[in-house]
Ligand binder design. Structure first.
Ligand code: SF4
Length: 274
């Protein structure tokens, strides 16, 4: 029998790479172990992403920074904040980011995709993922190309190494080239808090290396799942990898290794003086 393809998203692969036990809690154990409370930084990220999605769903002649407050109010996710004062401060911070960001956009631009699912298969995996934005641009030689754009709302500014090293962006590029039948080698991280863009131009070889690493992860996951199905100890097949990420892990409270690590408050990542 041929091996089945491993169906995955970037976050599924990333969960295993970060910590196999977290992968098990998220994707193997059923019912799913109880998660901790929602995170304010996830609420902030979701609010900003949806506002930008709705920017592009608005008719081009209405794409003006003056509509941003209405877009953000309509999509605001209020979970995870310490209190209403903190939430209000973060809302106004996000509003400022968005107003600055859309001022730099051409209202007439129609991306190839916004929150667009792209998918591709290799001999090992069937990948699908939702790219924040896929731009239609022309390269330096005037040929049409697709560019992957990923919005970031975290604290730290990102650089070209972050764009180069992102497996998710590379897999989106690999899939987008096949879906849109045009080259897609450029990936960009748009960091809204600083208004900076970290970009990397992949080569076919560097994309292949990312795909190869994703396939290796997929093989490891399949082997671990097989071991459990064959009666192996799930704790051994999916070992805990405790570290700094435990403080941010949804499963820290149910994870014996993680619960020994320091906890973060749900609002820690958005807590800063304005
Ligand atoms: S708490 Fe830490 S060790 Fe436990 S699953 Fe999460 S990341 Fe892994």
């Amino acid at each position: 029998m041929p091996e089945r393809l491993f169906v995955c998203t970037p976050s599924k692969l990333g969960a295993y790479t970060d910590c196999p036990r977290r992968y098990r809690y998220s994707y193997v154990d059923r019912p799913t172990p109880q998660k901790g409370p929602p995170w304010a930084h996830n609420s902030l990220g979701a609010s900003v992403h949806t506002a930008l999605k709705n920017w592009y769903a608005t008719a081009p002649d209405r794409r003006d920074p003056s509509i941003v407050p209405a877009l953000l109010r309509a999509t605001w996710v209020s979970e995870g904040y310490r209190d209403s004062d903190q939430q209000r401060a973060v809302y106004h911070r996000a509003l400022g980011w968005l107003e600055t960001y859309v001022t730099g956009l051409d209202p007439a631009d129609e991306p190839l995709g916004v929150e667009r699912v792209v998918a591709a298969k290799t001999s090992v995996l069937a990948f699908n993922g939702r790219a924040d934005r896929i731009d239609a641009r022309v390269d330096d030689d005037g040929r049409p190309e697709a560019v992957i754009v990923d919005y970031k709302t975290g604290r730290s500014e990102l650089d070209a190494d972050d764009a180069r090293g992102s497996q998710a962006l590379a897999l989106y590029a690999y899939a987008a080239a096949r879906v849109f039948r045009r080259p897609c080698v450029r990936v960009e991280l748009h960091h809204l808090p600083t208004g900076t863009v970290a970009a990397h131009e992949h080569t076919p070889e560097s994309l292949d290396r990312h795909v190869g690493r994703a396939e290796e992860t997929a093989r490891d996951i399949l082997a671990a799942e097989k071991a459990v199905t064959a009666g192996g100890d799930p704790d051994e097949a999916f070992p805990a990898q405790p570290g700094t990420l435990c403080g941010w892990c949804d499963f820290r409270r149910v994870c014996p290794a993680g619960s020994a690590m320091p906890a973060k408050e749900p609002w820690t990542a958005v807590d800063r003086p304005d």
